[in-house]
Design a protein around this ligand. Structure first.
Ligand code: ADP
Ligand code: UDP
Length: 239
């Protein structure tokens, strides 16, 4: 598959055209940002880990019946994906209070919910990704009612699958962000990435953070945490 011109460079990935109009190549970088781009840095080796982790988790989801954009891992940092038109919603599923939820509602990090929550942010960097509900999404015409229902159903199912996968790695899945897109025929599929950049992952025993919060909060041991979480997934799923 030939890598053609760059379509887009984001904060964590570059996106390239290929000779097939339905396929793209994503290339994962080591660049890290937080707080809507205010904090910038490098996490050495992150691009390789996020690429490999995202692909393994998407393959697992596919095997469980969730359609994803994943086609084929091309190299350590590059993956062939189905081109989608991204639904401009960041879909966040939470099992435990942390981050902005803990802050907004004044609850301590670590409070375990009886059932998972779901929320949407409008994917718009200039507006700072504001929170919005399903009615707002309809008013903005970012998705149809059927698409919103599909996205919610897939998201909770993805949570069940990922929670079980991480549990067998000795890791608690606290929360994560998903993005969905439409294939050219309108089918909704999971896109973007699932990685320690987009998930909160805590050691089940010690509650040690094994995700991007180590970078956001200057906790140190960032590269080590990314390597550790990847090692656990590899050991669990088979190298
Ligand atoms: P950001 O845009 O937030 O800086 P990235 O650096 O991760 O994020 O850039 C990757 C971009 O590619 C994102 O805008 C994401 O929505 C988009 N994207 C992810 N998967 C696909 C896909 N299969 N088809 C088209 N665009 C995609
Ligand atoms: N998240 C993300 N991209 C964003 C915002 C959040 O991947 O632009 C992920 C984040 O890594 C965490 C979950 O979504 O796993 C919930 O994040 P939260 O709303 O608590 O925001 P934060 O504390 O990161 O500001």
């Amino acid at each position: 598959m030939e890598k053609k011109e760059q379509l887009y460079e984001g904060k964590a990935k570059k996106v390239f055209k290929t000779d097939d109009p339905e396929l793209l190549i994503v290339e994962y970088k080591d660049d890290a940002t937080a707080f809507n781009g205010l904090k910038k840095g490098t996490i050495h080796g992150k691009g390789i880990i996020n690429n490999q982790m995202s692909n393994r988790l998407m393959a697992l989801l596919e095997s469980e019946g969730i359609p994803t954009h994943f086609v084929k891992e091309l190299s350590q940092r590059e993956t062939l994906v189905k081109k989608v038109s991204i639904v401009p919603l960041e879909v966040i599923v939470r099992n435990i209070a942390a981050g902005s939820f803990a802050k907004h509602y004044g609850v301590e990090e670590g409070v375990v919910f009886d059932q998972p929550t779901i929320e949407f942010s409008y994917k718009n960097d200039a507006l700072g990704d504001p929170l919005l509900n399903g009615y707002h999404a309809l008013a903005l015409k970012v998705a149809t009612p059927e698409e919103i229902e599909t996205i919610k159903r897939y998201s909770f199912r993805i949570n069940d699958i990922l929670k079980a996968c991480w549990l067998s790695c000795g890791v608690t899945l606290v929360d994560f962000k998903l993005e969905f897109g439409r294939l050219s025929d309108g089918t909704i599929v999971l896109a973007d990435e699932i990685s320690p950049d987009t998930s909160r992952l805590w050691d089940s025993q010690t509650h040690e953070k094994l995700d991007k919060d180590r970078f956001r909060r200057d906790l140190g041991g960032v590269e080590e945490a990314y390597a550790e979480i990847m090692k656990r997934l590899e050991e669990n799923m088979g190298g």
